[in-house]
Design a protein around this ligand. Structure first.
Ligand SMILES: [Zn+2]
Length: 226
């Protein structure tokens, strides 16, 4: 006999709307996903734009500062397949993108297939799907393709990062004139810049960048201490 609807619904609710905080074990209201203390750790994004993107004439929208407050949740989402953390970050970031100029579509920064196999999920695609659903925007999964696997950007210095990303992406033709590129974190912006250049070369007139968190510029603090 199938389980009564109410039982199935409660199980779904517990899965979709955890009542304990995702950042600690305190109780959180079902719509907040984070308790007030953990929510307070998420600070606004740095106001200084990322230099690598500024030169490309890109409008950047980041919900939070990438620091000791946001990093644990982002790490759980990216490397530990904690999809609840991802949904929480997507939901908490949403007001920033609601206020942004509306693009015609969202383009997630693609992962290389091998990286995807190692990690088990695609963090940029997950965010793009959540934001696309909430804002009624299409998500163009096939807009960008990762041509070759790049080394993790965190292992490289700035010049190596640039070389690492040259020709890393290929764009399909027939893309809309205005898209928002979606990723989880902006640090140097070199990955996003490579993707933006590829989209612009493919004829996209306006590329905005939407991320959950942006790292502070060098000199703006190490991003770890509040
Ligand atoms: Zn908490």
């Amino acid at each position: 006999m199938p389980a009564p609807f109410a039982t199935v619904w409660r199980a779904f609710e517990a899965w979709a709307l955890p009542s304990t905080c995702l950042g600690c074990d305190a109780r959180a209201s079902p719509d907040a996903l984070l308790c007030l203390a953990c929510r307070a750790l998420l600070r606004p994004a740095p106001s200084a734009p990322v230099a690598a993107l500024q030169t490309l004439g890109v409008a950047m929208h980041a919900a939070f500062r990438y620091d000791g407050g946001s990093a644990p949740l982002l790490t759980r989402y990216k490397f530990h397949e904690d999809l609840a953390a991802g949904r929480s970050l997507a939901a908490l970031s949403l007001p920033v993108f609601r206020d942004a100029t509306r693009p015609q579509a969202l383009v997630p920064v693609p992962l290389h297939r091998r990286r995807l196999r190692q990690r088990g999920h695609d963090q940029a695609l997950g965010l793009a799907r959540d934001w696309g659903r909430a804002l009624g925007l299409p998500v163009l999964v096939d807009a960008l393709h990762r041509e070759r696997e790049t080394r993790p950007q965190t292992e490289l210095d700035a010049r190596e990062r640039h070389r690492n990303l040259e020709a890393a992406f290929r764009a399909r033709s027939g893309l809309p004139a205005h898209v928002a590129l979606v990723d989880d974190v902006l640090t140097t912006g070199s990955t996003a810049a490579a993707a933006v250049r590829t989209l612009q070369a493919a004829g996209v007139a306006r590329v905005d960048v939407w991320v959950v968190a942006q790292a502070p510029a060098p000199g703006e603090g190490d991003g770890r201490t509040p």
